[in-house]
Design a protein around this ligand. Structure first.
Ligand code: TMP
Length: 231
């Protein structure tokens, strides 16, 4: 435990954000492997979802069934799912000293429902404070790709899996370009928490860029050397 007291046993919370087809799920898995190779315990999860009840809300939201009720209703449901996900999955893992890697989190609500969905910022912030409480990310990696490239990747993946486009992927190019700009604006406003990673290249090079950020911003020297406190 020597040298690890500054984190007082709490793990660390990493979120991956970005538009469609940025490679977040692939990179979440690759980052998990890299951390585990250093003996760090990791929990990977995703939003919307990540707990049983939140996964039920995910199905509702992504099916488009809530869209007719408007962006505010969707925002409320994203926040409800998030609160349950934090209580059941994220907070217990962090308390146990694990690193949590979450594929999307509160920045996605700020972007999709707030900036692009035009739900007033004051409402999005109030719901974020209620839902997130002390589970705010230590590091947010914004995976950045041009919207056109991201949509092409997402549709290729969907066709291979034989799936339909979800509620948000079905929006047009200008929607997704606004999503990209909104994520970049958050990263520019909160540089301490957020790192923008160029995700247009092949997965191996994106993985290396992500690892460089994680090593530089989050890991202690003991963790870099593969002697973690939580292992
Ligand atoms: P994904 O799992 O493929 O990233 O799909 C989740 C979709 O849900 C994605 O299009 C973004 C959207 N979303 C929101 O609109 N608000 C949110 O708070 C979250 C977490 C996701």
């Amino acid at each position: 435990m020597q040298g690890q007291q500054s984190h007082s046993g709490r793990g660390r919370f990493i979120t991956l954000e970005g538009g469609e087809g940025a490679g977040k799920s692939t990179q979440s898995e690759r980052l998990r492997r890299r951390l585990e190779a250093r003996g760090i315990r990791v929990v990977t999860t995703r939003e919307p979802g990540g707990s049983e009840r939140a996964e039920t809300i995910r199905s509702l939201l992504l099916s488009g069934a809530v869209k007719p009720y408007g962006a505010f209703a969707e925002t409320l449901l994203f926040a409800s799912a998030r609160a349950d996900h934090i209580d059941r999955t994220i907070a217990p893992a962090l308390e146990n000293g694990a690193f949590v890697i979450c594929d999307r989190f509160a920045d996605s609500t700020r972007v999709y429902q707030g900036e692009v969905g035009e739900v007033p910022r004051v409402l999005v912030s109030a719901l974020e404070r209620v839902a997130v409480r002390s589970a705010s990310p230590d590091l947010t990696l914004v995976l950045d790709v041009p919207a056109k490239l991201g949509l092409a990747r997402a549709s290729q993946r969907r066709e291979l899996a034989g799936e339909e486009r979800d509620r948000f992927e079905a929006e047009g190019l200008s929607f997704h370009s606004r999503v990209r700009e909104a994520f970049l604006a958050i990263a520019a406003a909160e540089p301490e928490r957020c790192a923008v990673v160029d995700a247009a290249g092949p997965p191996d090079s994106v993985e290396r860029l992500i690892w460089a950020e994680v090593e530089a911003r989050l890991l202690t020297p003991l963790e870099v050397a593969g002697r973690p406190a939580n292992g």
